[in-house]
Design a protein around this ligand. Structure first.
Ligand code: TXA
Ligand code: MG
Length: 343
């Protein structure tokens, strides 16, 4: 299959909408990461997503809508005041809410669970695509399973060339990490995957928040994850990755020692401004500014570069796990199989 890469335009959106309606797949930009979309109401179309990604069949997909009016037919029961408060505060935006699902959601989307994740993205091209398709769009991140999520159209091309008919290019994603997944089926919102909407923001809007224990540690033997995605490593770099936590100077001197002793090609992931601590060693800066937002926006592109350059030993500074930093440390921690050393 020949994969077309088109800049976002009214004509390209119309073509993408036709492909989705006809049961095909489209790569498209959102404010978090690029998605790989199909008609969420068509189980056969959704199966193509799993094939194109090589995704395990027991990992459910998020259903994307452009307006609230599309939601009631997709869920079972009423929207609780707590869910309503989160929707009013953070939609459209980088937040997915888990509701009990209705019969309209095919089992391929929910992977056999009785719940469904719903997200209303804010990216204008994502909004326009959902409207053009005229159906809710099921979309995981548009990477091949096991690769970092794509934050540019070229990343999608690198993973999906020949597997899908069309990729819409809307430039780099602003947030850079996937949406915050929040279970709203209980009395208190529960973060299953941290993202751009932080626990602090959720507590401010809904009065309370819980963060699932599996966010910052590996699943224990026999533990059943609340979100099936938690049990997959998601992304394991080609090289070994170790994260160091502590004061900047102590971390830098430990990283320098380990880098110098590495028996193969090595690289350092450091916060912007920390490069001088590493002398002439090979440093990949985590973003353009020393903020968790900037690190989040840069993270997946940096991880892809490390793989492209076949770096064998990767030593990374930790980021404060506050605000969006929690999402950064969740993704980085999982890429390192939670190999985090305190210095
Ligand atoms: O930002 C995002 O969320 C992006 C863009 C494209 O919207 N999508 C995305 O989808 O990251 P994906 O499939 O790569 O990750 C979805 C995560 C998985 O960890 C999955 O297990 C979890 O959400 N999930 C989906 N439906 C769920 C459900 N009903 N209950 C619990 N977890 C669910
Ligand atoms: Mg994904």
């Amino acid at each position: 299959m020949n994969t077309k890469l088109l800049p976002v335009s009214p004509e390209a959106i119309a073509e993408a909408g036709r492909i989705i309606r006809a049961g095909g797949l489209v790569g498209f930009p959102t404010e978090t990461v690029y998605g790989l979309g199909a008609n969420a109401l068509n189980g056969g179309a959704v199966r193509l997503i799993f094939e194109a990604k090589g995704r395990p069949g027991d990992n459910p997909l998020i259903t994307h809508v452009a307006s609230e009016a599309e939601i009631p037919p997709l869920i079972r029961g009423d929207i609780s005041p707590m869910a309503r408060a989160l929707m009013d505060a953070f939609w459209p935006g980088p937040m997915t809410l888990i509701f009990p699902k209705s019969g309209a959601i095919p089992p391929e989307v929910s992977a056999g669970l009785d719940t469904v994740g719903i997200r209303m993205p804010s990216h204008p091209a994502a909004q326009a695509l959902i409207r053009a398709a005229g159906v809710p769009i099921a979309a995981p991140s548009a990477n091949r399973s096991g690769r970092p999520s794509p934050t540019t159209a070229q990343h999608v091309m690198d993973d999906m060339n020949g597997r899908i008919p069309l990729i819409l290019d809307g430039g780099p994603c602003a947030v850079g990490v996937e949406s915050t997944v929040i279970d709203v089926t209980g009395p208190v919102p529960r973060v299953l995957r941290p993202g751009g909407v932080t626990p602090e923001m959720i507590a401010a809007a809904a009065g309370a928040v819980e963060v699932d224990g599996a966010v910052m540690r590996p699943l224990q033997e026999g533990e059943k994850p609340r979100s099936p995605g938690m049990k997959y490593r998601h992304y394991a770099p080609v090289g070994s990755l170790v994260i160091f936590e502590g004061r900047a100077e102590a971390v830098a001197s430990e990283i320098c020692a380990r880098y110098d002793a590495a028996p193969g090609s090595a690289a350092i992931l450091a916060l912007p401004g920390h490069e001088p601590l590493y002398g002439a060693r090979r440093v990949f800066p985590l973003g353009g500014a020393d903020s968790a937002e900037s690190v989040a926006a840069a993270l997946f592109a940096v991880l892809r570069r490390l793989d492209d350059e076949r770096v064998q030993f990767i030593f990374s500074e930790a980021v404060d796990a506050e605000g969006v930093g929690l999402a950064v440390m969740n993704r980085l921690g999982r890429a390192a199989a939670f190999h985090i050393e305190k210095v």
